[in-house]
Design a protein around this ligand. Structure first.
Ligand SMILES: *[C@@H]1O[C@H](CO)[C@@H](O)[C@H](O)[C@H]1NC(C)=O
Ligand SMILES: *[C@@H]1O[C@H](CO)[C@@H](O)[C@H](O)[C@H]1NC(C)=O
Ligand SMILES: *[C@@H]1O[C@H](CO)[C@@H](O)[C@H](O)[C@H]1NC(C)=O
Ligand SMILES: *[C@@H]1O[C@H](CO)[C@@H](O)[C@H](O)[C@H]1NC(C)=O
Length: 398
């Protein structure tokens, strides 16, 4: 029986075209035996090709998943989407002259503002731990290994890694007419403080999500705020410390402290103006206290935390919360939160939101990723510079 007469009408289209091909071959063949031989070779060849393509796909997907920094993320809600091609532009210190305007232009046009008022932009800062290699500042790739988690979960966000040059240009561009801010930025000797200062300046102008380079994204940013609250939220803050019934820590000034390793904000949120002003005041106070100019200041860990870091941030955020809800008397009022709270336009997350995996504060620390977790902070901390490492380690180990 000629192959073209096979009743294959209900077979898939691939099989159908395969039989058409075979029919074509059959028409050109005169002898039955050579037809059978040719068809066998063809079938074998297609089988080998199919296996090769399939094997390649499997290998690619395996490679992709292996490159994700934290495979357990995949089993959480975010891991269900299929890996797809992600195109990323990491802007690392563009060339000095025309880049400033180009960058400003692109950063204002590229990111759509979604209905949270929080623009689709991610900011990370990499100031220290660089080596000068043939006149070019570069970073250690190992320090950036958590960045793919941000890119993979937020492929439609504009991603910005800010190095020293771009940080300098940003401050000159937007705060060049403010001599106090400009000179404070230029004279600050401590890189941890500089990184702190820069994140507030950037969020105040641009908005978006700032996160330290040693954080791992666990949920797409679009899911951080529930849909019914999106049009009301203009700042998202998380806790790093909730004393609860535990002891007070020597280095932590508040019974409940907000973290500033991750912040999501709409541009121009009033909390940043307050924070910038707090930083200028605190640094003046420290200069006066130690009787040295700012550029010679060698702040202790506690002084860093209380001038640019989480203690200062907590004072300022709490002041803002009190404006919205005067019944809040002290940060302790936010202790034992078991669900996020919207206070004014500030969405306050529970400890697990940005602070899961810590051995205190009611943080989930059993190796699982709790449903409330949005970000994991690895507390690698060393990038914060000489005077900053201690608070990180003490915050992870009371
Ligand atoms: C740095 O420059 C030197 C000489 O100018 C050259 O031999 C060397 O290969 C350069 N190193 C890198 C990493 O480009
Ligand atoms: C923290 O800084 C504020 C503002 O500079 C200051 O009033 C306060 O006394 C400081 N707290 C500590 C414990 O140093
Ligand atoms: C805040 O805490 C104080 C006591 O520490 C309490 O008197 C006050 O009612 C609390 N306010 C709220 C809003 O929970
Ligand atoms: C950062 O901390 C995490 C978790 O504590 C650890 O697994 C990782 O190896 C650290 N990475 C670096 C570069 O120190």
């Amino acid at each position: 029986m000629p192959v073209s007469e096979h009743p294959g009408s209900n077979a898939p289209s691939l099989a159908h075209s395969f039989s058409s091909l075979r029919a074509l071959l059959a028409a050109h063949s005169t002898r039955r035996q050579s037809r059978v031989y040719a068809l066998s070779c063809l079938a074998l060849g297609m089988l080998v090709a199919a296996l090769w393509v399939y094997g390649g796909l499997v290998r690619d997907v395996t490679d992709f998943t292996r490159t994700l920094p934290h495979p357990q993320v995949q089993s959480s809600t975010v891991g269900q989407s299929k890996p797809s091609v992600i195109t990323v532009t990491v802007t690392a210190t563009p060339s000095p002259t025309p880049a400033l305007d180009a960058w400003r232009h692109s950063s204002h046009s590229a990111a759509a503002i979604d209905n949270t008022g929080i623009p689709r932009k991610i900011w990370q800062i990499m100031l220290p731990k660089r080596v000068l290699q043939n006149q070019t500042w570069i970073s250690d790739p190992a320090k950036l290994k958590d960045i793919p988690s941000w890119l993979a979960l937020n492929p439609d966000y504009e991603y910005n890694l800010i190095g020293q040059d771009r940080g300098d240009r940003f401050v000159r561009q937007y705060f060049g007419d403010n001599p106090r801010i400009l000179s404070t930025w230029e004279k600050m000797p401590n890189v941890g403080q500089k990184s702190d200062f820069l994140r507030y300046l950037i969020l105040s102008v641009e908005g978006g999500v700032y996160s330290d380079t040693d954080t791992v994204a666990l949920k797409p940013i679009d899911f951080w705020v529930p849909p019914h609250l999106k049009d009301r939220v203009r700042l998202v803050v998380g806790l790093e410390f909730d004393r609860r019934d535990g002891p007070m820590w020597a280095d932590i000034l508040h019974e409940v402290q907000f973290c500033q390793w991750t912040i999501a904000a709409a541009p121009g949120h009033p909390v940043f103006k307050k924070m910038i002003s707090r930083i200028l005041t605190s640094l003046d106070d420290l200069s006066a206290l130690h009787q040295v100019p700012l550029e010679s200041l060698k702040p202790t860990s506690k002084e860093v935390m209380n001038s640019t870091g989480p203690a200062a941030w907590t004072d300022v955020v709490f002041e803002q919360l009190q404006e919205y809800d005067p019944s809040l008397l002290e940060p302790k009022n936010l202790s034992y939160m078991n669900a996020p709270r919207l206070i004014g336009d500030i969405y306050v997350l529970t400890i697990d939101g940005f602070g899961m995996g810590q051995k205190h504060s009611g943080s989930t620390n059993d190796g699982t990723i709790p449903p409330a977790a949005l970000v994991k902070h690895n507390f690698n901390g060393s990038w914060r510079g000489n005077k900053r490492g201690r608070d990180e380690s003490s915050a992870s180990e009371p």
